[in-house]
Design a protein around this ligand. Structure first.
Ligand code: SF4
Length: 127
């Protein structure tokens, strides 16, 4: 899993705010959040075009949850489209404890694929 820590960006942002106090604590919190969001498993692609978050076979949600039935619980087939303009969607949580990539109900895979009619995690591998 790739870790990208943009410490210089955090430092630069804090230096511009001369009135703030507790910068070290804020820097620690921001860096922790950045590491968390950049080390999560990405969604390589999603073929479920009936989902409101789907954008040309990719997911537009900020994050998804894979449920215990192996389906993406973020899936929703509404008549409107949603999601972010430029999403780098990641797996926020996964309830498939019997998957070889699952550790403590979190996905440890580098990336996953989602597909089939019911938005299954196609990267699931039984232990
Ligand atoms: S690969 Fe396994 S652990 Fe990761 S999201 Fe899919 S089912 Fe969950």
């Amino acid at each position: 899993m790739q870790k990208i820590v943009t410490e210089s960006f955090v430092s630069c942002s804090l230096e511009n705010d001369k009135t703030s106090t507790g910068n070290d604590e804020l820097r620690h919190t921001l860096t922790k959040e950045i590491v968390m969001t950049t080390t999560r498993p990405r969604i390589l692609d999603c073929s479920v075009e009936s989902c409101s978050y789907n954008k040309t076979k990719s997911c537009g949600a900020a994050a998804v949850t894979i449920g215990y039935a192996q389906t993406c619980t973020t899936f929703i087939p509404l008549t409107i489209k949603g999601g972010l303009k430029d999403a780098s969607t990641f797996v926020g949580a996964c309830q498939k404890a019997d998957c070889t990539h699952n550790s403590g109900l979190e996905c440890t895979a580098e990336a996953i694929r989602v597909g089939a009619h019911t938005a299954d995690c196609l990267s699931y591998e039984a232990r």
